[in-house]
Ligand binder design. Structure first.
Ligand code: ADP
Ligand code: MG
Length: 709
């Protein structure tokens, strides 16, 4: 297609990929299928995943100790074809003044054998490997050094490729050719500016054309980093614009029930039932929530608090406020165990009060279910607690005023939205509680459209839990310690991992451990509960209850007790095979002790040999009791992709930005986005036209933006 045939607004970037010189129909199809590159412009966003520095030459001696991708300069002293059948290969000995290394070709070795000459100087580029004590490079890039050959000065981008693309000549080298072709045709104004002049000058960015050019064809590392920073900023900034815009829009248009009244129920609970004084943090959070619920706008709030910070009672007081104003509430938990725990503790809190509390999960069926749904519809039930069964179709409320999710990051945005539909008048107030803290950077991206409250104080009298790591060699001493604690009247958890793939083995492990304990702590002086996922619910419950009622001193369990369980008299938590648990889970488990006033202990039993990552995790847990600190460490160690919750929020797959490394850029992006949305929520001003135009045209933002504008 000729450029003059394009409409005024369209540029070469809008054309189908096969129209680019050097691509054509076959390669175009491959790019579409393999990498979702449809238009020529998509090439720009397919960023190199690393760069190789070809301006450096490494000596062979050094290359062997580096075992990395290097560029070597030297001569072949020898080469011969070895092996038979499909193992046939060309092996060359490559030498410089520091030593020699084997170079191996399995493919096209005949061709290469003819072309490569011994005694002549070459540049090789490839990864040095240690193969059974011998170093080699397999299939390096190879280039003859001629008189006029100078070293390339720049960084060479490396693009992802696939087998199919390679067959079409689109390996990294082929991809570089295409990108060079594109930039030879592009004119600066083809890549439209998407930031305002103010932002560009404030952050000293180059224009977008230069930026993409520097990312794909960098002249030096400095230009490259500068350009990558701009691209990271763009990704984080436009997402923040969307989230903040959604928030403002909701505030402007969505009305909320006014819970103006603090009535009998709340007051009775507060003065007669509440068994302790609220912490300052709980009071502050209640004020924040009450302000929201009285404003006439819908509340959308995230409640973050460390394990044991007392979120349940906050949730309960909110539900009482709703009831005082004549509305129903629902609390949704991610697992049946946790939902049941909430049901029990809330029922206990409300004993003697005129409140109907009900429990709903998939296991509530038949007549019980029919009756429950009916009572919900007629408004007889004030508080519903349950699993995601509470948002399923067929569950209707009379007047749902408040929806709370106890997230554990397991519910996605879609499920939260489903809550909205449960109220016919206007949507209920929404409170999202996280079971363990998440780092601020993640909160800003996953929950960026919510207001945030933080319970940053534990109830008084809690002593930090003493955490230590022990191995099999210490087991008898650990058991003596357990005996001493039990003698003081305390209770003990012993947790075994249960991971699905090895479920059977793990269960045997747990039962072995249980048998062994029976030997060490014999009846009738000692009683031991045992709970695991394969047990029937009523057996499990009975075992649990025996522990809660102090009839047993030891609870042997899998991680089913991870969340919610609340036995303040328990003071020792022993975690077997602790190296198999993640940081967040270890912190959750440990949070089961230290809930009373006694000094509590967490003992991490591990094997002698630990991977580096496991060692790091255990160090963090032994060192700190602070959930926010642990969450940051978790994010650093695992990367954001592995932190539960980020995957579901699929919109946030960044091409360049990284939530661990780019926190500073995120803060800047958030601050600038906040200022803009406060002053010009619809991006109507002259200055903000580039922003609005970009959000309306860019595939990944288009839909969201039109929905909220
Ligand atoms: P989480 O935030 O982990 O859900 P919980 O709501 O389960 O924490 O509370 C942990 C424990 O602390 C419970 O035993 C609860 O009764 C108790 N608790 C909550 N608030 C206070 C308070 N202000 N003073 C004393 N104990 C409290
Ligand atoms: Mg809780």
């Amino acid at each position: 297609m000729n450029a003059t045939l394009l409409s005024r607004e369209e540029t070469i970037l809008d054309q189908p990929i096969e129209y680019l010189k050097g691509v054509g129909p076959a390669r175009g199809e491959a790019l579409r299928k393999e990498l979702s590159i449809h238009r020529i412009g998509d090439l720009l966003w397919d960023l190199p995943f690393r760069y190789i520095d070809k301006s450096q030459i490494t000596s062979i001696a050094q290359a062997k100790s580096l075992q990395d991708t290097v560029q070597l300069k030297g001569i072949f002293t020898e080469k011969l074809i070895e092996g038979t059948g499909h193992k046939k290969r060309l092996v060359g000995t490559f030498e410089d003044s520091s030593g020699e290394i084997e170079i191996i070709w399995f493919q096209r070795y005949k061709e290469i054998d003819q072309w490569v000459k011994t005694g002549k100087p070459y540049l090789l580029y490839g990864k040095v490997q240690d193969f059974r004590g011998k170093f080699n490079i397999v299939h390096p890039e190879i280039e003859e050094i001629t008189e006029d050959k100078t070293l390339s000065s720049g960084l060479e981008p490396v693009y992802s490729s696939t087998e199919k693309l390679m067959l079409k000549g689109l390996d990294s080298k082929g991809r570089r050719k295409i990108i060079k072709q594109l930039f030879s045709q592009l004119r600066p104004h083809d890549i439209k500016e998407n930031l305002s002049a103010v932002i560009i000058s404030k952050l000293r960015f180059k224009n977008r054309f230069e930026t993409f050019k520097d990312v794909h064809l960098p002249a030096n590392n400095n230009d490259l980093q500068h350009a990558r920073n701009r691209i990271k900023f763009e990704e984080l900034f436009f997402l923040q614009l969307l989230l903040l815009r959604a928030k403002v829009k909701r505030n402007d248009t969505v009305r909320g029930f006014v819970f103006g009244e603090v009535g009998n129920l709340f007051n009775t609970f507060f003065s007669e039932k509440l068994p302790f004084r609220l912490t300052e943090a709980q009071k502050r959070v209640m004020r924040e929530i009450r302000k929201d619920m009285g404003s006439g706008k819908q509340m959308n709030r995230l409640l973050q608090g460390d394990v044991g910070s007392g979120k349940t009672v906050v949730a309960l007081m909110c539900m009482l406020l709703a009831a005082d104003n004549g509305y129903q509430s629902v609390l949704m938990a991610p697992t049946e165990v946790l939902a049941m725990q909430h049901y029990k503790s809330i029922s206990t809190y409300l004993e003697g009060m005129d409140m109907q509390v009900a429990f709903l999960s998939g296991s509530v069926t038949g007549n019980a279910r029919v009756q429950l749904l009916e009572s919900l519809r007629t408004g007889k039930i004030h508080i519903l607690l349950g699993t995601h069964a509470v948002i399923e179709e067929g569950v209707e409320f009379k007047n749902l005023g408040l929806a709370i999710t106890d997230e554990q990051h397991r519910f996605g945005v879609a499920q939260r939205a489903q809550m909205w539909t449960k109220s016919p008048i206007h949507p209920p107030h929404v409170l999202v509680m996280t079971a363990t803290p998440i780092p601020r950077t993640l909160a800003l991206t996953i929950y960026g459209d919510l207001d945030i409250s933080i319970l940053d104080e534990l109830p008084p009298g809690r002593k930090p839990i003493v955490t230590t790591q022990r191995t099999e060699a210490h087991r008898s001493r650990v058991m003596e310690f357990v005996r001493a604690e039990i003698a003081k009247g305390r209770q003990v958890y012993i947790i075994y991992p249960l991971i699905e793939e090895s479920e059977k083995l793990d269960l045997e492990n747990l039962m072995d451990g249980y048998e062994r304990l029976l030997g060490i702590f014999p009846r009738p002086d000692y009683q031991i509960s045992v709970v695991h996922g394969r047990m029937k619910a009523d057996v499990k419950d009975a075992e649990m209850r025996r522990f809660v009622e102090k009839k047993t001193q030891i609870m042997v369990s899998t991680t089913v007790i991870e969340v919610g369980v609340d036995v303040p008299n328990a003071s020792v938590m022993i975690i077997e095979n602790a190296e198999r648990f993640g940081l967040a889970q270890l912190h959750q488990l440990r949070g089961r002790v230290g809930r009373g006033a006694e000094q509590s202990y967490c003992i991490l039993m591990t094997s002698y040999k630990l991977s580096k990552a496991a060692k790091e995790r255990l160090d963090v847990i032994c060192k700190s009791n602070d959930g926010f600190f642990i969450a940051e460490a978790d994010l650093k160690q695992r990367g954001p992709g592995d932190i539960a919750g980020t995957r579901q929020s699929g919109a946030y797959e960044f091409k360049a930005a990284n939530l661990v490394e780019d926190q500073a850029i995120l803060r800047t992006a958030r601050a600038i986005a906040e200022e803009i949305i406060t002053n010009d929520p619809e991006l109507k001003s002259q200055e903000h036209i580039p922003l609005a135009r970009y959000l309306m045209s860019e595939q990944r933002y288009k839909q969201d933006w039109s929905r909220i504008s």
